[in-house]
Design a binder for this molecule. Structure first.
Ligand code: ADP
Ligand code: MG
Length: 544
């Protein structure tokens, strides 16, 4: 890039091949890209939303309507569009639900900003207006939100249900919601008066086959492994568990060693020696009273034989992450050198058992020392269904956690968004006139949620919007859309409830992202390592 100062001597600032888009052009490009992403997600919002089929570069297929999953699987390249992908990811990490909504809302905020810019409003005024409106909306949100009794398991289940209603698995959502609530309640801890929930304590294990209704909650841990030797016991009560992250094998030497064996006696002596060493290893394990061994590495055939002979149940090649979970659940220490192994390193569980699940075998560790370790064994007809069940369970676990940590709820079906829009609109008259314009557009943007929900259900959006607004003007703050009969109804009565924090995060994150995009008036891109397609044209439409 060249710039000239007064005397006409060029000054080189950027490397050759860099591109730049400035001012309005840059802004409109960014808005256009972000809006495209939001438009793509719109049709999958809500219980009547459609699913997307995504095929990745190696042909793997994913079917989902989960916003963050769709965006993660799409290979998005435009920098402004990437900001929206980030927003969905943050929403997922913070609260676990509302990932489609946050992107749809951000897209609408940008679209409205574009309209305001066309009318001559400066982007920084829009940003200012949006920020104030956002702050106010969150304040109103907590004025409206009501407390939820965290001991009311039924209410918690309703929260889980709302998050799952929109998913492929809705036919089974009742039982899945129950599993999610039980799982979260069992890993909940009180740390000096504060509720702490680590969802990593819940192990979700997927196993093809059966039906979604065979999905179960297990009080303990499930390993997708089988007992290593057929002569070993398949069931051990009062298990004493050793966790090893070393192989029960004779190590190969690192350098090439050649041993000359001249006669049969030498060969058998050599094999005997090897067998002795393996036996010693097994004897050590047995001597301290272990009756179950989980090994992260391999177990030699001979070692298997001795373990089986001693009535020990052993599993090999256990994943590192599972070893860590086992250690936490049973209280066992992971050992990397057998000489260090002592009785105090052993963990405990009431039962370790191999069971047949579908055509495969899995090992269950139940009644662990730490009662907080639970697993959800997800079943279902095919890989894609199981994956979607897993994502639905993830959302359900997250929302239950959310309300336990911050026990405030609002209602869904677009009700809260309409109410917030109304209040923000009323409040906006206190702002200076230009910011007021932005705040009014902010309020209007919030209504994109009920409108999209209605649109996806094939309802008449104008009728629905008018009816919703009039109900809310009359103070019926819980009125939203019942998407199953297309009627405007009291969502609190229908118990379509959601954590307030999901809405808070949605509003804040969408505002932040749209403001971030609105502040950009210059896009300077370095030239990339060229690939064949890129050589043929500019990377982003409108940029050159
Ligand atoms: P997100 O990824 O944003 O969570 P979803 O596809 O899960 O998107 O849809 C969430 C929206 O669907 C929320 O606005 C929620 O209020 C609404 N919703 C969920 N269940 C119902 C229902 N039974 N009736 C009406 N709206 C519902
Ligand atoms: Mg959801």
């Amino acid at each position: 890039m060249l710039a000239y100062h007064g005397q006409g001597v060029p000054v080189l600032i950027l490397k050759e091949g860099s591109t730049r888009a400035k001012g309005r052009e840059a802004m409109y490009n960014n808005i256009k890209a972000a809006k495209l992403v939001a438009d793509m997600l719109r049709s999958s919002l809500g219980p009547r939303g459609m699913d997307k089929m995504l095929v990745d570069s190696i042909g793997d297929v994913t079917i989902t309507n989960d916003g963050v999953t769709i965006l993660k699987k799409m290979d998005i390249e435009h920098p402004a569009a990437k900001i929206l992908v980030e927003v969905a990811k943050v929403q997922d990490a913070e609260v676990g639900d509302g990932t489609t909504s946050v992107v749809v809302l951000a897209g609408k905020l940008l679209e409205n900003a574009e309209g305001l810019m066309d009318k001559g409003l400066h982007p920084s005024i829009i940003v200012e207006g949006y920020k104030k409106a956002c702050e106010k909306a969150v304040e109103f949100l907590y004025d409206i939100a009501v407390d939820i009794d965290v001991n009311d398991v039924n209410k918690l289940k309703k929260v889980a249900l709302t998050s799952m209603r929109s998913k492929l698995v809705s036919g089974y959502s009742d039982m899945l919601a129950e599993i999610a609530v039980k799982a979260v309640l069992s890993v909940k801890r009180d740390v000096s008066g504060k509720v702490v929930i680590d969802l990593d304590d819940i192990k979700v294990e997927k196993k093809h086959g059966g039906s979604i209704k065979d999905t179960t909650l297990i009080n303990g841990i499930v390993l997708d492994k089988e007992v290593v030797h057929p002569a070993m016991p398949k069931r051990i009560e009062n298990a004493k568990i050793a966790l090893l992250n070393m192989p029960l094998e004779i190590k190969k030497t690192e350098f090439d060693a050649r041993i000359r064996i001249d006669n049969p006696e030498m060969l058998s002596a050599f094999l005997r020696e090897e067998r002795e060493m393996l036996k010693e290893m097994v004897d050590k394990i047995i001597s301290i009273g272990a009756n179950v061994v989980f090994c992260q590495k391999g177990i030699d055939d001979i070692a298997q034989f001795y373990l089986a002979k001693a009535g020990v149940l052993a599993v090999r090649r256990v994943k590192q992450s599972d070893m860590d979970k086992l250690s936490k659940a049973t209280g066992a220490r992971i050992i990397s050198n057998l000489e260090d192994l002592t009785e105090t390193d052993l963990g405990e569980a009431k039962l370790v058992e191999e069971r047949k699940i579908g055509d495969d075998k899995m090992v269950f560790i139940e009644g662990c020392k730490d009662p907080r370790s639970v697993s959800i064994l997800v079943r279902g007809g095919g890989e894609r269904i199981i994956d979607e069940v897993e994502r639905s369970i993830h959302d359900a676990l997250c929302v239950v956690r959310d309300v336990l940590i911050k026990p405030k709820i609002v209602v869904g079906g677009g009700a809260i968004e309409v109410e917030l829009a109304l209040r923000v609109r009323d409040w906006s008259s206190t702002l200076p006139s230009r910011e007021q314009l932005a705040a009014v557009k902010f309020a209007e943007a919030l209504e994109v949620i009920p409108l999209t929900l209605a649109e996806n259900a094939g309802l008449d959006t104008i009728d629905i919007a008018t009816e919703l607004r009039s109900k809310h003007k009359q103070g019926m703050i819980w009125y939203g859309i019942n998407l199953f009969n297309g009627k405007v109804a009291d969502m609190m009565k229908e118990e379509i409830i959601e954590p307030a924090i999901v809405k808070e995060q949605m509003i804040k994150a969408a505002t932040e992202a749209s403001c971030m995009i609105l502040r950009i008036d210059d896009i300077i891109s370095a030239s990339r390592l060229k690939t064949k397609e890129r050589e043929s044209g500019p990377r982003y439409p409108g940029l050159s």
